[in-house]
Design a protein around this ligand. Structure first.
Ligand SMILES: NC(=O)c1ccc[n+]([C@@H]2O[C@H](COP(=O)([O-])OP(=O)(O)OC[C@H]3O[C@@H](n4cnc5c(N)ncnc54)[C@H](OP(=O)(O)O)[C@@H]3O)[C@@H](O)[C@H]2O)c1
Length: 287
């Protein structure tokens, strides 16, 4: 375990779901946090500032801004938002961040990956992450890869359109009875913070993140038991939903129907015994 005091972690995606949780957990543990954003005056950036983070303007398309933002940082949380139909953008931005980390001599990169890992699937946002991981390994970066499959937030976060996606179209694409591994972004943030604090246990690891394995039908029943009613559904034709979010995510749910994935939660609980099951997460939601 290392001393966090006085050390800085630069967090890409700090104004987003996973990055926001990474910032929160790091601040709680005494790190200095440099929160990267293209929009330092946004509400989310200002909220991060009042919680104690330093805000730094940086763009994943602008390598010089990344190098400036990583200067004297101990670690970097690297993630990219995927752009539907444009896998090359995510790969380029991931490489830009990796090269800047290499040039500035960052001591630990924790990478927000996704998916089943290892081999290509044809799902763009998973395949892009394999490329970025490969590039970071080729550069010899001190790397920890965190590999969640599905965020529990898919069930409730309005920006995922859950009424039409998770509760209406995904069951048609994947079926309701196939179990998949779930993790909350809060627990992703907690594991990232543990990784930075314990480099000797984490560098070199590719860690699948899974706190619970549930099918959509099981998740729906747990939701009813906890919230007292089923989550609402809003019927929408698939082509219309794809106008909002592209085809990659529907392709992912279709892929999951025919490709069994690991449901092993042991590695996550080994590093983070407090990880929340679906039921616990729902109980804590908005409480
Ligand atoms: N949904 C799931 O179940 C799931 C599961 C596993 C993995 N994932 C992966 O999670 C990732 C998305 O993470 P998220 O949900 O946390 O993202 P998000 O909430 O959509 O936030 C995106 C973040 O990326 C930043 N960003 C976007 N373009 C940028 C650029 N050019 N330069 C600098 N920053 C940029 C944004 O910052 P500003 O706008 O402030 O600049 C924002 O903080 C995707 O790669 C996806 O594959 C998702």
């Amino acid at each position: 375990m290392i001393l966090t005091e006085g050390k800085t972690i630069a967090v890409i995606g700090a104004t987003g779901r996973q990055g926001g949780q990474v910032v929160r957990q790091l601040l709680q543990q005494g790190w200095r946090v440099r929160a990267l954003t293209r929009k330092p005056e946004s509400q989310k950036a200002l909220a991060l500032k009042s919680s104690g983070a330093e805000i730094r303007k940086a763009d994943l398309e602008d390598p010089a801004s990344l190098e400036a933002a990583f200067e004297n940082a101990y670690g970097v949380y690297n993630m990219q938002a995927s752009v539907p139909g444009k896998i090359e953008i995510e790969i380029r931005q991931g490489r830009n961040a990796a090269e800047a980390a290499k040039k500035t001599g960052v001591r630990h990169v924790v990478y927000g990956s996704a998916g089943p890992g290892q081999t290509k699937t044809g799902i763009e946002q998973w395949d892009a992450k394999l490329e970025v991981t490969r590039a970071m390994n080729a550069m010899g970066l001190p790397l920890t890869t965190l590999r969640p499959m599905a965020f529990m937030e898919l069930m409730t976060d309005p920006s995922y359109y859950p009424q039409s996606s998770t509760w209406y179209i995904w069951p048609k694409l994947m079926g309701t009875n196939i179990q998949i591994p779930w993790i909350s972004v809060q627990d992703l943030g907690a594991v990232a913070a543990k990784a930075f604090a314990n480099p000797e246990d984490f560098i070199g690891r590719d860690l699948p993140l899974a706190a619970d394995a549930q099918s959509l039908a099981q998740f729906r029943e747990i939701y009813k038991e906890v919230k007292g009613k089923y989550p609402s559904r809003f019927p929408m034709p698939q082509f219309l939903l794809e106008k909002f979010m592209g085809k990659d995510i529907p392709n992912m749910w279709r892929w999951l129907r025919t490709h069994p994935v690991s449901l092993d939660t042991s590695q996550t609980y080994e590093v983070h015994p407090g990880a929340m099951s679906v039921r616990t997460w729902l109980q804590h939601l908005n409480s």
